[in-house]
Design a protein around this ligand. Structure first.
Ligand code: ATP
Length: 503
């Protein structure tokens, strides 16, 4: 299934709609329908759980979308958050790196504008829309400008990333919590980029959400990770900068091997890449569809010591799902310089003030993960002649659906509604009495509901109901007062209830 087909499926089922469709649409903006809103919230909740609630060393914040423009001067976004744009003689604009990648299969990351122009000229690239030649390329700042206050003179920007709010709030966090190095500050929320050519459905949008962590350590401990032993034997597919330069194939290795062979430079990078990889696979992403790719020198931001992307095998190729840079103390130093404030941390052990290093910044877009999860989950089941969306139960929009076997028996309807009301106190649960039972199962399979509960005549006699499992269609009978426990097991992907019984 390609991206257009996925976009059509997402629209048809109420996951994602093109934004302002009734007015002709707005490229790069999307609205989430009833099922998409649930899935997106579940992704964010799972992320927060795994990165904040389950970790004693990470705290979360929720910063503002509009913030002092000085933030973006200090971070460098105001001057250099640009992409190369080219305009043809008839004023059609396009992103230079995308044009060159599409036409010549060349990566121009990090190349100066002049070199981009030479490539376009030498290869006689013309405008796709009107076949005119291009003028010289220019830098286009991706931040959306806005004004604050009634005079309309105070300019600011919609944040292009959530990360800078973490640095701007660093002092408040260390002054008001009891965090001790090494520790992380996490944040999720909207980010806005005026992408020159939004494309590939949710992959590149102009409004999206990020889930980011800045992980700080003492500068002297920027390579010693106390948690490394937890992941040393964990395996992943690696494509280092050297392997790319030598045109070698990606290789499966353990985190320990990547460190021993000096492919990964710090223990922190190996640890966090493994942690994130493990988290993604725990959500149902197959390890074969993930690889860790190191940035080439020319691709890396000037301040980054080392950067790795976790890439996913999308239908349009291997693409960045999550970025992970070692940003050193660059950002804190920039904010110290521009704000004139002391953003250092007092180290009680050495009784000295230090500016901590960000050894990793795991930065993940919700939309890209949403898309990857949908591709992983989508399956056309020939036997059922129906789509089965095999989302991990903890991500599924509805955790269960409740049906009376038939809708013309008031006692079955009454009992089914009672079961639904009780379950809905704890989980998102759907009630349906329309159509044949088979049709009702199919509708839930298509939207990823892991369990369908049917109330039949036996239910009235002995208080049991059937649960039917989405992926196997196996069924089991349980007592209604055991339903909560069984659904919680299913949420953990424990299908033992169904292993013995076939429908
Ligand atoms: P790309 O090179 O694909 O433009 P990037 O390197 O600029 O991405 P980062 O600045 O590292 O991206 O942002 C961190 C994460 O935010 C990315 O890994 C991605 O998941 C997400 N992200 C960035 N830009 C977009 C976008 N335009 N639409 C959707 N998600 C995005």
């Amino acid at each position: 299934m390609n991206t257009e087909e996925m976009a059509a499926f997402c629209k048809k089922k109420g996951f994602v709609y093109p934004n302002s469709e009734i007015y002709g649409g707005m490229a790069g903006f999307f609205d989430y329908g009833p099922l998409g809103a649930e899935l997106k919230n579940n992704i964010k909740a799972q992320w927060w759980n795994a990165h904040v609630h389950q970790r004693a060393d990470i705290v979360g914040i929720d910063g503002a979308i509009i913030t002092s423009p000085k933030t973006w001067v200090a971070s460098g976004h105001a001057s250099s958050f640009t992409d190369a744009i080219i305009e043809c003689a008839k004023n059609h604009k396009t992103r230079a790196d995308h044009l060159i990648e599409d036409k010549l299969k060349m990566d121009t990351a990090g190349l100066p504008l002049k070199q981009i122009d030479v490539i376009i000229r030498n290869n006689k690239l013309k405008c796709d829309k009107c076949n005119s030649p291009f003028k010289e390329s220019t830098g286009f700042n991706l931040m959306f400008k806005t004004t604050v206050g009634p005079e309309g003179t105070a300019e600011s920007y919609l944040r292009p990333e959530t990360a800078q709010l973490i640095f701007a709030d660093f002092k408040n966090v260390i002054d008001t919590t009891r965090v001790k190095l090494p520790f992380g500050i996490a944040q999720t929320g909207k980010a806005f980029r005026n992408e020159i050519s939004p494309r590939d459905f949710l992959f590149r949008c102009r409004e999206f959400e990020q889930m980011e962590i800045e992980y700080f350590t003492h500068p002297n401990h920027a390579n010693t990770c106390p948690y490394l032993h937890e992941v040393e034997t964990y395996e992943f597919i690696v494509l280092s900068a050297e392997m790319q330069e030598k045109k070698l194939m990606p290789k499966k290795m353990t985190a320990k091997e990547a460190l021993d062979k000096k492919i990964m430079r710090t223990q922190w990078h190996a640890y966090w890449l493994a942690y994130e990889h493990k988290w993604l696979t725990s959500l149902g992403i197959s390890p074969e569809n993930l690889r860790l790719r190191q940035h080439l020198d020319e691709e890396k931001s000037h301040y980054a010591l080392d950067t790795w992307d976790i890439e996913y095998r999308f239908p349009m190729g291997w693409k960045e799902l999550q970025g992970m840079a070692n940003r050193t103390d660059f950002d804190l130093q920039q904010h110290i310089k521009h704000s004139g404030k002391d953003l250092s941390y007092y180290d009680e052990e050495t009784k000295t003030k230090v500016v901590p290093h960000v050894v990793v910044e795991p930065s993940q877009g919700v939309e890209r993960l949403f898309l990857a999860l949908m591709f992983e989950a989508y399956e056309y089941d020939k036997e059922r002649d129906n789509v089965v969306l095999k989302l991990h139960p903890k991500l599924a929009p509805y955790k269960a659906a409740v049906f009376p076997l038939v809708s013309n028996k008031p006692e079955l309807v009454k009992k089914a509604k009672e079961v639904h009301t009780e379950l809905a106190e704890e989980i998102n649960c759907f009630y349906d009495e329309k159509g044949s039972i088979g049709r009702r199962y199919s509708r839930q399979d298509e939207i990823g509901t892991p369990a369908c509960i049917t109330i039949d005549f036996q239910s009235l006699d002995d208080g049991t109901v059937t649960i039917r499992e989405r992926d196997t269609t196996h069924q089991a009978r349980v007592k209604t007062d055991e339903l909560h426990r069984e659904i919680s097991r299913i949420m953990k992907n424990d299908r033992s209830l169904f292993t013995k019984k076939k429908h």
